[in-house]
Design a protein around this ligand. Structure first.
Ligand code: AKG
Ligand code: FE2
Length: 352
């Protein structure tokens, strides 16, 4: 990690609000201090190859106690991880205007929030700029099912990106379905009719994120800004790839925020709200957030997979609902209240 400032014209690639010395906005204050865990990685480790054997029990424990784990032996070639990371970095260093112009076909560019409408528009910046806090993040959203119609129009950067995402997406889908199968088996869901729609690889999408460096002048000398506010994912499974060495992910565990440092050639897998519901709350949709770094941009790549849109999720803790119902409710809450309520909206027997 270097503290050398990037070249002076570099900031034209940032959204205007994120450029050093631009007028500050209402960024979120950082309260709850993080527990730094020097040296050791706090996450449980799961070996994907071991899932047919002993690792299945370790997986169950990790899902119950943590809702997040580090995945090793994932079978994704390191060359692909390197290429995708370098390419994402190149794409995100294009000028802000070029990135906005790339919002075509199935791929969309967003900034200021990870909360997007189903068509890929950023809710905070496009719809209701005053009601949501700005997150120090930008990125591209790419639904994998529409990758083949991503219009590269002869643009070699986009064309390479499409090929890399295609290969990477297949690996992510393989990894997610393997993990889901082991979880479903552990939960005795495997073989049940309802379970068939619980994970649908065609819903998978990839986000490539850049969290621009956020120096103090960016935000009125507050401690620092959030790259992403504390949240749970709405997915069944999310798979994060932190290929560069700039950390920032924090996980909430035992009333503390823990620092999750990047470890090369590993993936971080977290469970989302859908998995929590399917497991009757046995497994956790873990709360996490991302801190913006003062000196360096951070690139991270996420894969998110969901149940089939109209498959009904049946559990002992929630009213039956489809992922479409859930997504519509989340969008409504974000637009009207400025935050996601999430699974609580669907809970049975809420304390009266
Ligand atoms: O960038 C990261 O490490 C986390 C991203 C994340 O939490 C999300 O996209 O939901
Ligand atoms: Fe997340």
């Amino acid at each position: 990690m270097s503290n050398v400032p990037p070249p002076s014209n570099y900031s034209s690639s940032y959204p205007p609000l994120f450029r050093p010395n631009s007028t500050p906005t209402h960024v979120v204050d950082q309260d709850d201090p993080t527990t730094h865990n020097p040296g050791s990685d706090p996450l449980p480790v799961i070996d994907l190859h071991g899932l047919n054997h002993d690792a299945k029990h370790t997986l169950a424990e990790a899902c119950k106690v943590w809702g997040i784990f580090r995945l090793v032996n994932h079978g994704i070639p390191i060359t692909l991880l390197n290429q995708l990371h370098d390419h994402a970095k190149e794409l995100l260093s294009l000028s802000f205007e070029s990135k906005q112009a790339l919002r075509s076909g199935s791929m969309s560019y967003f900034w200021g929030t990870p909360a997007l409408t189903p068509s890929g528009l950023a809710i905070a910046t496009e719809r209701s700029p005053s009601s949501l806090s700005i997150n120090w993040v930008e990125g591209f959203n790419v639904p994998l099912s529409q990758l083949s119609v991503l219009q590269a129009d002869g643009d070699p950067i986009l064309d390479t990106f499409r090929h890399l995402l295609d290969e990477y997406g297949r690996h992510q889908s393989r990894v997610a379905t393997t993990i889901f199968k082991a979880m479903a088996e552990n939960l005795n869901l495997l073989g049940q009719e309802k379970c068939k729609s619980y994970i649908s690889p065609s819903t998978g999408f990839i986000r490539v994120y850049r969290y621009p460096r956020c120096s103090e002048s960016n935000h009125n000398n507050q401690a620092s800004a959030w790259g992403m506010d504390a949240h749970t994912d709405s997915s069944v499974i999310s798979i994060l790839n932190h290929h560069d060495q700039v950390g920032g992910l924090e996980v909430y565990k035992g009333h503390k925020w823990l620092d999750i440092k990047p470890i090369p050639n590993t993936l971080v897998v977290n469970l989302g709200d859908m998995m929590q519901a399917m497991s009757d709350d046995e497994y956790k949709s873990v709360k996490h957030r991302v801190k913006a770094n003062k000196y360096d941009d951070r690139i991270s790549i996420g894969y998110f997979v969901f149940p089939a849109q109209n498959g009904v999720i049946q559990s002992s803790k929630y009213k039956p609902f489809t992922y479409s119902d859930f997504q519509a409710q989340v969008q409504k809450d974000l637009m009207t209240m400025g935050f996601k309520v999430g699974l609580d909206r669907f809970k049975l027997n809420k304390a009266s």
